[in-house]
Design a protein around this ligand. Structure first.
Ligand SMILES: Nc1nc2c(ncn2[C@@H]2O[C@H](COP(=O)(O)OP(=O)(O)OP(=O)(O)O)[C@@H](O)[C@H]2O)c(=O)[nH]1
Ligand SMILES: [Mg+2]
Length: 319
């Protein structure tokens, strides 16, 4: 293993902020040595509680994240934030309010906020996010909050790498239905109906609870202990019911306790599958197979060319 990866890993373990930042840049951009770094850190991971925070654009995820950081700090836990959403206030398109709140924490060693925009990494965005969480986990942060916009499968995969997944919705017409279509119902451990100051909030909570009753029994087995996700109403803007939300997250965390090892194993399986697919795609068409493809296409009589038969021939299997 290269010295640089080992040096970075040891700097991360002793929680040097500049080294953590460098390690995050390495995994975000899949720099040379990043894979070694992740592997070197992996044995030191598995302690942090990873909370995925997802939901439609503008639902209040960043505002809530900020409230959760305060709540967790108030009870003495250290917190890292990974903001995957490129439009997140954390990443520079900032509202002044967010900047001010984050600036307040500059002196707080127990908080580390980092945005992530990796698209080209092997294993995709989910791997980059998971590796960033590993860095914070190995650095000893108690909790990692992972914010991502829940719009596409890629983003939902990111949220799904967390131990506890919080889906944030707002009481706007059709939001619950949209969330269901986007696949958010399946990944949610806790639902938060944010902007509870909105008059439709109560109706939204009822709609969500009803929707969960309608879920097929098989679907209800998804998630810890097969329990339906809890629905909590908050107003992130006014800081209302953040305690209630924290309670619902904690309750999920304690339900996980008994299956912690099994969950870690399942997550590692999913992750290795992603990495294998990425490696396979990268290496598959190198050298011999590329030549075999070109030769097969070229040699086949143009009148007899048949894509499926060609594919089978390239793979050397019977069609
Ligand atoms: N009325 C009301 N507004 C809120 C509440 N929470 C957040 N907002 C506002 O909603 C807007 C979006 O909030 P963000 O926290 O940036 O939402 P987000 O989900 O992180 O947005 P993206 O990262 O862009 O998807 C901001 O103007 C917030 O001030 C709330 O509880 N009530
Ligand atoms: Mg945001």
């Amino acid at each position: 293993m290269p010295d640089s990866a080992l040096d970075l890993a040891s700097g991360v373990r002793s929680r040097q902020r500049r080294t953590i930042a460098r390690a995050l840049t390495a995994v975000e951009n899949a720099l040379p040595g990043a894979a070694d770094l992740v592997d070197a850190l992996y044995p030191d991971t598995g302690r942090a509680w990873r909370i995925g925070i997802t939901g439609p654009p503008g639902a209040g995820k960043s505002t809530l994240t900020d409230r959760l950081v305060s709540a967790l700090r108030a009870r003495g836990q250290t917190v890292a934030v990974v903001a995957v959403d490129p439009s997140s206030p954390f990443t520079g398109g900032a509202l002044l309010g967010d900047r001010v709140r984050l600036a307040d924490r500059v002196e707080d060693d127990g908080v580390f906020v980092r945005s992530l925009a990796a698209r080209g990494a092997l294993g995709g965005l989910a791997e980059a996010a998971e590796a960033a969480c590993d860095v914070f986990d190995a650095a000893g942060f108690d909790v990692v909050l992972l914010e991502t916009v829940g719009v596409g499968q890629g983003e939902i995969d990111v949220a799904d790498t967390a131990d506890t997944t919080l889906v944030v919705l707002v009481p706007e017409s059709g939001d619950a239905v949209q969330a269901m279509k986007a696949g958010l119902m399946e990944v949610a451990d806790v639902f938060c109906v944010n902007k509870a100051d909105h008059p439709e909030a109560g109706a939204m909570v009822r709609a969500l609870r009803q929707m969960m009753h309608l879920r097929a029994p098989a679907a209800q087995a998804v998630g810890a202990s097969g329990e339906n996700p809890t629905v909590v109403k908050t107003s992130a803007l006014n800081g209302e019911n953040i305690d209630g939300l924290m309670g619902a997250l904690d309750a999920h965390r304690s339900r996980l306790e008994s299956e912690w090892d099994a969950l870690r194993e399942e997550r590692l399986r999913r992750r290795v599958r992603r990495l294998v697919e990425g490696l396979w795609r990268e290496t598959f068409w190198s050298g011999e197979r590329r030549q075999r493809l070109a030769a097969a296409v070229h040699e086949m009589d143009s009148a007899a060319r048949a894509p499926h038969a060609l594919a089978a021939r390239v793979l050397d299997i019977q069609p």
